[in-house]
Write a protein that binds this ligand. Structure first.
Ligand code: HEC
Length: 117
């Protein structure tokens, strides 16, 4: 009991627990459809229109959030930001909560990253 309480406090203090926002797949879907992300990333976000455009469906939500946040940060943090004009302009208007919703939705889509042996 005491251990659970202490570990919860520690996790919250380093940002692993974020009770303020539980990602919503439905909200994420609404944002992705409105923004028409499929116009580049293709049907189901799994069939990009050009080979240089990444497949997204089924990617880990943590990674998607990290990458979307990195596009938003852009040049303002050279250590972390991703400097890409196309994606940078896509994500500017979204809050962190929006990016988490988007990530949860994309992670929920069936993708073909994993090839079963
Ligand atoms: C105009 C075309 C275009 C549109 C529209 C677009 N993207 Fe992208 N997206 C790209 C390109 C090109 C890249 C690769 C950029 C790079 O090299 O970093 C990319 C990369 C990404 C990545 C990083 C993937 C990885 O594996 O690192 C994510 C996540 C992503 N897009 C999500 C979205 C979402 C969500 C939307 C809608 C809000 C969206 N994209 C709309 C073209 C587009």
């Amino acid at each position: 009991m005491k251990f659970a309480l202490v570990s919860t406090v520690i996790m919250a203090s380093i940002g692993l627990l974020n009770p303020a926002h539980a990602a919503s797949i439905d909200k994420g879907r609404a944002i992705v459809e409105k923004a028409n992300c499929a116009s580049c990333h293709g049907a189901g976000l799994n069939a990009p229109i050009l080979p240089a455009y990444p497949k997204l469906a089924g990617q880990y939500a943590d990674y998607l959030y990290y990458s979307l946040k990195a596009y938003k940060v852009g040049n303002s943090n050279a250590q972390y930001g991703r400097n890409n004009a196309v994606m940078g302009s896509q994500v500017q208007s979204y809050t962190d909560a929006d990016l988490k919703d988007i990530s949860a939705y994309i992670a929920s889509l069936p993708g073909n990253f994993v090839i079963k042996k």
